[in-house]
Design a protein around this ligand. Structure first.
Ligand code: SF4
Ligand code: SF4
Length: 381
C-alpha cells in the first residue's frame, strides 16, 4: 500500500496507476524465476518484486536516486514477469511511472546521452544515413499492384524498419495484394512514440501519439497492421496513456481496437497461393509479441499451418537483450542475453532464424552466422 505520495509529486493518472499496481502485488515472488535480469544477476533489486519495492519507496520519498535508477535502468521492460504473475500485476505501467518520476534526478551526462540516442533514432534526417550504412537487407521482389477493388488497410511503416530492412514492408504489401488487400503505408515520420516513451521523454512521446491518433483515424480503414511487435504493442497501449476523462482516451481506444499484428491479420486468411521459401527454420518470439501483446505461439502456429516445422527453443520466454534501446545503454547485459539466446536458437542447427520485430532481428543478426529474417519474408518468395 502506498501511504504517502505527495499530491504534487505525480499526476493523478500516474498516482492512480501506481497505487493500483502496488496494491495488486502480493509479494509471492513467482515472477523472479522468469525475470532475465534476476536470473543473470541474482539480486532481488534486479527482480520485478524488488523493482516494485524500489518504485514504491521512491514515490514515498525514500530513495537514493542513483541506486534506484541503476536497478530500473537494468530492467528490459520485457514483461515476462507480467506473463508469470498469478495476480495480474501490470508491472510495466508502474515502471513507466517510476522511470518518469526519477528521470529528473538523472545525471546530466546520462540525460545528454539519452537525448542524443532518441533524436538519432526518431529523426529521419539524422537516422537515414546511419541506418543506410548499417542496412540489414534490400528488397527482394518487385512491388505488386493491388486490385482496383481491393480493401484498404493501414500499414504502420515504422521509423527505423523501412531503412534497415525495407524487404519486410515490401513482403507484407505483396502478401496483402495476393490475398486481396491494398496497404496504405504510413510515412517514416509517423513514429509510434515508443522510443521517446521508454526513455521517459513524455512530452515528445505524447505529441507523437496524439498526432498519430488524429491522422490514422482520418484515414478510412477498419484495420491498422503492425509488423514490428514493439510498435504494435505501443499503439495497442495508447489508451493507457490518457486519463478516461481526456477526449483522446476514446480516440486512442479506437486506434488500439483497430490495430493488429500482421500475424493476427493473416491467421484467418487463405494463404495457399503464397510462394514460400523452403528452409529449416527456428523462430524467436519477441517479448513485445509474447508478453506484451499476449500473442505467444501465434507465429509458430501459422508457420506450422504453412508446412514449416520451427524447432522448439529452450527458454523461449526470455528476452534476447535487444529491448528497444537496451543494447545501447546496457551493452554488457544485453550481450550476455544475446549469447544465451543464440545458443538456444542454434541448438537445432537451423538454416534461418525468423522473428517478428526489427529490434530483435538487427540485434541477433549482428552475432549470428546464419540469416535472421522477419517471418513474413518467408511468405513472399
Ligand atoms: S509481481 Fe506478481 S508474481 Fe511478482 S511478487 Fe508481485 S504478485 Fe508475485
Ligand atoms: S520487465 Fe523483464 S527484466 Fe523487467 S522486471 Fe519484468 S521480467 Fe524482469
Amino acid at each position: 500500500m502506498i501511504n504517502s505520495i505527495k499530491p504534487d509529486l505525480l499526476s493523478t493518472l500516474n498516482a492512480n496507476k501506481a497505487t493500483d499496481v502496488i496494491n495488486t502485488c502480493v509479494h509471492c515472488g513467482f515472477c523472479l524465476a522468469t525475470c532475465p535480469t534476476y536470473l543473470l544477476l541474482g539480486n532481488e533489486l534486479d527482480s520485478p518484486r524488488g523493482r516494485i519495492y524500489l518504485i514504491k519507496s521512491a514515490l514515498e520519498g525514500n530513495y537514493s536516486s542513483k541506486d534506484t535508477l541503476n536497478h530500473l535502468d537494468k530492467c528490459l521492460t520485457c514483461r515476462s514477469c507480467e506473463t508469470t504473475c498469478p495476480s495480474g500485476v501490470g508491472y510495466a505501467e508502474l515502471l513507466d511511472v517510476g522511470r518518469e518520476f526519477l528521470e529528473q534526478k538523472r545525471p546530466l551526462w546520462q540525460k545528454a546521452f539519452r537525448y542524443g540516442v532518441r533524436k538519432l533514432l526518431t529523426n529521419p534526417v539524422l537516422f537515414n544515413p546511419v541506418g543506410f550504412l548499417s542496412r540489414h537487407s534490400k528488397v527482394n521482389n518487385p512491388l505488386l499492384t493491388p486490385n482496383k477493388n481491393a480493401e484498404k488497410v493501414l500499414l504502420l511503416g515504422g521509423c527505423v524498419q523501412p531503412v534497415l530492412a525495407p524487404n519486410i514492408n515490401q513482403s507484407i504489401k505483396n502478401i496483402l495484394v495476393k490475398i486481396g488487400f491494398e496497404a496504405i503505408e504510413t510515412p517514416q515520420s509517423e513514429c509510434c512514440g515508443a522510443v521517446d516513451h521508454h526513455l521517459s521523454a513524455t512530452k515528445e512521446s505524447m505529441a507523437k501519439v496524439k498526432k498519430n491518433i488524429d491522422r490514422w483515424l482520418s484515414i478510412n480503414t477498419d484495420v491498422i497492421i503492425s509488423s514490428a511487435s514493439g510498435c504494435g504493442l505501443m499503439v495497442k497501449d495508447y489508451p493507457s496513456l490518457f486519463d478516461k476523462s481526456d477526449p483522446y482516451y476514446r480516440k486512442a481506444q479506437q486506434v488500439s481496437n483497430k490495430t493488429k499484428d500482421i500475424v493476427e491479420f493473416l491467421s484467418d486468411k487463405d494463404l495457399t497461393q503464397l510462394n514460400l521459401e523452403k528452409a529449416d527454420i527456428v523462430y524467436h518470439d519477441p517479448c513485445t509479441l509474447q508478453h506484451g501483446q499476449k500473442l505467444g505461439g501465434a507465429v509458430e502456429s501459422i508457420l506450422k499451418k504453412l508446412g514449416y516445422m520451427p524447432s522448439a527453443v529452450q527458454d523461449s520466454h526470455l528476452c534476447c537483450g535487444s529491448a528497444g534501446t537496451y543494447s545501447i545503454f546496457q551493452p554488457k547485459l544485453s550481450k550476455q542475453l544475446k549469447t544465451n539466446k543464440l545458443n538456444n536458437l542454434m541448438a537445432s542447427s537451423p538454416q534461418i532464424i525468423v522473428t517478428a520485430n526489427i529490434g530483435c532481428l538487427m540485434h541477433l543478426q549482428k552475432d549470428s552466422k546464419i540469416p535472421v529474417k522477419h517471418w513474413v519474408e518467408l511468405l513472399d518468395n
